[in-house]
Design a protein around this ligand. Structure first.
Ligand code: B12
Length: 219
């Protein structure tokens, strides 16, 4: 099987929500393809397709959930490998990350958290459906540099603004770098709410996080 065929197979297995086949194909692919390529070129296109089919009424919530479960199963194979690759990296900063209030989409946020970890950040992942006060409470507790908030839906992105408003209300706005991202979020939105940075992909997020931190530390 060529690399492209392997990635196509993984895409199809995730779209159909077949956990066992997804894991088996990923294990095979790992002999030749690195974890990030598998995520970006096999798994993310699967979720795009699932989203398209859902919005066209071709599949329903249970199928979308099955695809997400297949994704999570595969990540149990990939995440340890990715983290091991970053183990020797020196600590560069601390991030508190989560998906905003009323939003339970975690897949994108989990990739960002994993990649930040491999890049040398100490990552505190709060999970999903996180209110602004909890982001800030945790950031204060662990003396974070960065608060990173994921929002995947048009109905939940406004809760990213909430984080900035809460920070301002508590006189803490300048203490933290606020990074936003997620399906519907873009640079225009980030500018509008006064976030410090935006990442279209997880890899962009890591790059922006590093740049902003270096600038803040005067490097
Ligand atoms: C899987 C999925 C689900 C799963 C989530 C399971 C889970 N454990 O996460 C389940 C089935 C639970 C679900 C539920 C719902 N979903 Co849904 N879901 C999806 C789907 C198919 C994939 C999302 C995903 O994981 N994408 C893959 C990841 C890798 O991409 P990503 O999240 O965008 O993340 C990348 C970047 O955005 C970025 N990033 C993400 N976060 C951050 C954060 C920072 C700081 C940075 C820098 C970068 C960054 O990095 C990631 C990697 O590059 C999308 C379709 C789509 N195309 O996105 C719909 C989608 C998001 N869902 C949608 C909807 C409507 C719903 C429901 C309301 C459906 C319903 N009727 O109940 C519920 C809402 C539940 C809730 N309250 O949150 C809509 C949202 C539409 C909108 N208006 O915004 C979408 C777009 C589908 C559609 N086309 O209609 N969903």
């Amino acid at each position: 099987m060529t690399g492209d065929e392997a990635l196509k197979g993984i895409e199809e297995a995730i779209v159909s929500g077949d956990k066992e086949r997804s894991s088996q194909l990923v294990e095979e692919a790992l002999r030749e393809i690195d974890s990030l390529t598998i995520i970006q070129r096999g798994m993310m296109p699967a979720m795009e397709m699932v989203g398209d089919r859902f919005s066209h009424g071709e599949i329903y919530l249970p199928e979308m959930l099955m695809a997400a479960e297949a994704w999570n199963e595969v990540m149990t194979l990939l995440k340890p490998k990715m983290l091991a690759a970053g183990e020797s990296v020196a600590k560069i900063g601390t991030v508190v990350i989560g998906t905003v209030q009323t939003d339970v989409h975690e897949i994108g946020k989990n990739i960002v958290a994993t990649l930040l970890g491999t890049a040398g950040f100490e990552v505190h992942d709060l999970g999903v459906d996180i209110p602004a006060s909890k982001f800030i409470g945790k950031a204060e507790e662990v003396d974070a540099d960065i608060i990173a908030a994921s929002a995947i839906m048009t109905t939940t992105m406004t809760y990213q603004r909430d984080i900035l408003e809460h920070l301002m209300a508590r006189g803490l706005r300048d203490k933290y770098i606020v990074l936003v991202g997620g399906g519907v979020v873009n640079q225009k939105w980030a500018d509008e709410i006064g976030a410090d940075g935006y990442g279209e992909t997880a890899a962009d997020g890591v790059r922006v996080a590093k740049e902003l931190l270096t600038r803040r530390k005067g490097g």
